[in-house]
Structure formats: structure tokens, C-alpha cells
Design a protein. Structure first.
Length: 191
């Protein structure tokens, strides 16, 4: 249940800035949310199952619907599936990254997941802009210009993914440590 609430947070982090005309921040909970969602996808046996595939499909479907909504209603562009196939595959891949490396989260694993998700999105999405768009010439210099122009977005994505993943994976650990220290501080009531 918590994983789906996090997915809802990711969706809202994309939609609400448009509702309040505050899109310049470029902060979304998508990368961190997908890493967390993926970490919660394993079946009780610890192995992938049909329920794992259904969870993955549901996450991708919810985010694909968000892409449709934003494209048609917020940006007022025609929706073409071919523009989003790589993004939808990326959503699934980030869930799988979370499923594989974040079953037992650590600072190093969460940091690796953050960098892997943000960097892969930066590389894939901007490559697709270069290949499918008309903003940049289809030369090596055009590809370089496309990636250079996207660096501020990459920086913001790394920061927002790190904050989101850090909170999702770190706050439960912090709460457990606080509870543990409070229990240790209480005198033994049985004595």
C-alpha cells in the first residue's frame, strides 16, 4: 500500500506544478518514487512472480496516463505513443533497479540507484530529443549541444531524486533508531 502512495506522490509532483504555474523548479518524485516502488515489488518468496509483473505494469500504466494528461492538457500537444516508449521502458527499468539493488537498502545502494536512475534518464531522454526532434542538427556537435542544454535539468533531477529516495529509505531507518534509543533510555520495568 505504501508503495502505491509513493507512486501517487510521484504523479502529484508532476501534475501540481502545472496547476500552480510553478514548473520552473523541475522537482519531481518520479525517480526516487520508482526506486522505492521497485524495492517493494518482490513477492513474499523473494522471487519475481505474476504479482510482481502486475505491480510493475500498474506503475508504468499510472505514469503513462500522467504523460498523456500532461502532454494533451498541460502542454496542449498531440499525443503520440512513439515519443514516450523509451520513457515508459525507463520507468520499468528504474523499478527493476529498485527491485534488485534496494531490497536491502544502504546509503551506497540508494546513492547508486539515484545516480543510475537520473543519469539513465538524462542520457536516454536527451538522445531521443536529438534523434526525434528538430531543435538540434543530427551531428555529433548537435548531440553535444542537446546534452549541454539539458545539464541544468539533470542537476535538478539528481537533487530531487536524492531527496525523495533519501527520505523514503532514510526516514524509516531514522525512526527505528530513535525508537531504539528511547527504549534503551527507559529503565527496565521488570527489574
Amino acid at each position: 500500500m505504501l508503495a502505491y502512495l509513493v507512486l501517487l506522490l510521484a504523479v502529484l509532483s508532476r501534475i501540481l506544478p502545472h496547476a500552480f504555474h510553478a514548473v520552473s523548479w523541475n522537482f519531481t518524485a518520479v525517480g526516487g518514487g520508482l526506486l522505492f516502488f521497485g524495492s517493494r515489488m518482490h513477492a513474499q518468496s523473494g522471487r519475481p512472480s505474476w504479482s510482481t509483473a502486475a505491480k510493475l505494469a500498474s506503475a508504468v500504466a499510472v505514469l503513462a496516463a500522467t504523460d498523456y494528461y500532461l502532454t494533451v492538457f498541460a502542454y496542449q500537444y498531440p499525443f503520440q505513443i512513439r515519443w514516450y516508449l523509451v520513457t515508459w521502458i525507463w520507468y520499468a527499468a528504474v523499478c527493476l533497479i529498485g527491485m534488485e539493488i534496494l531490497q536491502k537498502p544502504s546509503v551506497l545502494r540508494v546513492g547508486a540507484g539515484v545516480l543510475a536512475s537520473s543519469t539513465s534518464f538524462f542520457l536516454l531522454s536527451n538522445f531521443m530529443v536529438w534523434v526525434g526532434g528538430t531543435m538540434y542538427p543530427r551531428t555529433l556537435a548537435g548531440l553535444g549541444a542537446c546534452y549541454t542544454a539539458a545539464i541544468p535539468f539533470y542537476r535538478n533531477d539528481v537533487v530531487s531524486t536524492a531527496i525523495t529516495a533519501g527520505a523514503l529509505f532514510g526516514l524509516p531507518v531514522l525512526a527505528a533508531k530513535i525508537a531504539e534509543s528511547l527504549q534503551a533510555a527507559q529503565p527496565n520495568r521488570l527489574a
